[in-house]
Write a protein that binds this ligand. Structure first.
Ligand code: UD1
Length: 337
């Protein structure tokens, strides 16, 4: 079975390619290398013993997308990661985000719509819930007004897919990720943020390595047990495995609806201070941090109710926060060695 993974050299994409290959899928990667590198292919091969087919391509080029699907006319399964994901950058340059995240989605769906049968997995985000009223968050919690163009592209993407499903043979699963962290336990692949990391865990590991002097903790006056904001940090390998399960569900026609939505998290919320302390434990060192003011646009708390994914997909996150952080730390040490 041949699967196209767009953005397959990125953080979540590369881990998913490994799990797909481990399950015997033949993988073709499209990536424009805007936030990744061809060296990731080596890491993937070292883990799974197989180099996936790679086409360097920009999905914003509609004609290239058309030619690709003409050439590879036996692809029925697509996992679509290719997108930009920096919230701040999306506020600075909204059109870049609409072009990167929406145009590319439309072009891929246009090609899938020509088929008699197609299975499509979409990378969505818990950001669609905004600050949900009830914790843990279930899939039927209302989608709230997006706080950034990035968040809006995820909401619009979900809407486009839902509308297209009504008039086509495309079956889709929308996966709403909570906070993906960590790296492959072999440290062959992991997260490679360009410049100063905006996300908590890469900032922590870089601070642990001495690349950053100090972590700023954005606010300790939130209405949470220790005052710092709470998130659901999920190991990227657990997340990757969920994609394989979801894809198989569609390919085997086990889905109940044309479009299904699942939260992917651990179900456990951790505060920023809890993450710091867990990191200190696994790295056996103190982390230099200081409490500063809140970051604009941040919510207080978000963690998943994972019952639907557990029961319907038969998938459950396995790694603990400490295991996830240990893998992130191992990776950080390897790439700086
Ligand atoms: C962020 C995005 C979210 C996106 C996700 C993708 C924002 C506001 N949200 O989620 O839309 O889907 O990344 O990965 O950017 N923190 C610190 N110090 C830091 C960095 C983070 O205290 O240097 C805190 C944040 O305030 C937050 C928590 O750590 O409470 C997690 O932050 P982060 O890793 O950026 O993820 P989110 O903000 O949850």
């Amino acid at each position: 079975m041949k699967v196209l993974v767009t953005g397959g050299l990125g953080f979540i994409g590369s881990h998913t390619v490994v799990e797909l290959q481990n399950e015997g899928f033949e993988v073709i990667i499209i990536d424009n290398l805007s936030n990744s590198s061809e060296e990731v292919l080596v890491g993937i091969e070292n883990i799974s013993g197989k180099k996936p087919v790679f086409e360097k391509m920009d999905l914003r080029e509609k004609n290239a997308v058309i030619s690709f699907f003409e050439k590879h006319n036996d692809i029925n399964g697509v996992i679509h990661f290719a997108a930009s994901k920096a919230v701040g950058e999306s506020v600075e340059n909204p059109l870049l985000y609409y072009e990167n995240n929406i145009n590319t989605l439309v072009y891929v769906l246009q090609e899938l719509q020509k088929k008699d049968d197609a299975s499509f997995i979409f990378s969505s985000s818990c950001t669609v819930y905004g600050q949900a009223e009830k914790m843990p968050i279930t899939e039927d919690a209302p989608v709230q007004m997006a706080m950034s163009p990035y968040g809006n592209t995820k909401q619009i993407g979900e809407e486009i897919i839902t509308e297209v499903a009504k008039v086509s043979n495309i079956k889709s699963i929308l996966l709403r990720y909570f906070n993906p962290i960590g790296a492959h336990p072999t440290a062959e692949i992991g997260e490679l943020p360009i410049g100063v990391p905006q996300n908590l865990v890469p900032f922590i590991t870089q601070t642990g390595m001495g690349l950053r002097q100090q972590l700023a903790v954005y606010g300790d006056d939130y209405p949470t047990p220790d005052g710092t904001a709470v998130r659901d940090y999920i190991h990227v390998v657990d997340l990757a495995k969920a994609h394989v399960v979801a894809l198989k569900r569609l390919l085997e026609n086990k889905n109940i609806d044309k479009v299904e939505t699942f939260n992917l998290g651990t179900g456990t919320g951790s505060s920023v201070l809890e993450v710091i302390h867990a990191f200190e434990k696994v790295s056996n060192q103190k982390l230099n941090y200081k409490i500063v003011g809140r970051r604009e646009g941040d919510i207080t708390s978000a963690y998943a109710n994972t019952d639907k994914a557990n029961e319907v997909l038969g998938w459950k996150a396995q790694s603990t926060l400490e295991e996830s952080l240990a893998s992130a730390w191992k990776w950080e040490q390897k790439i700086r060695a």
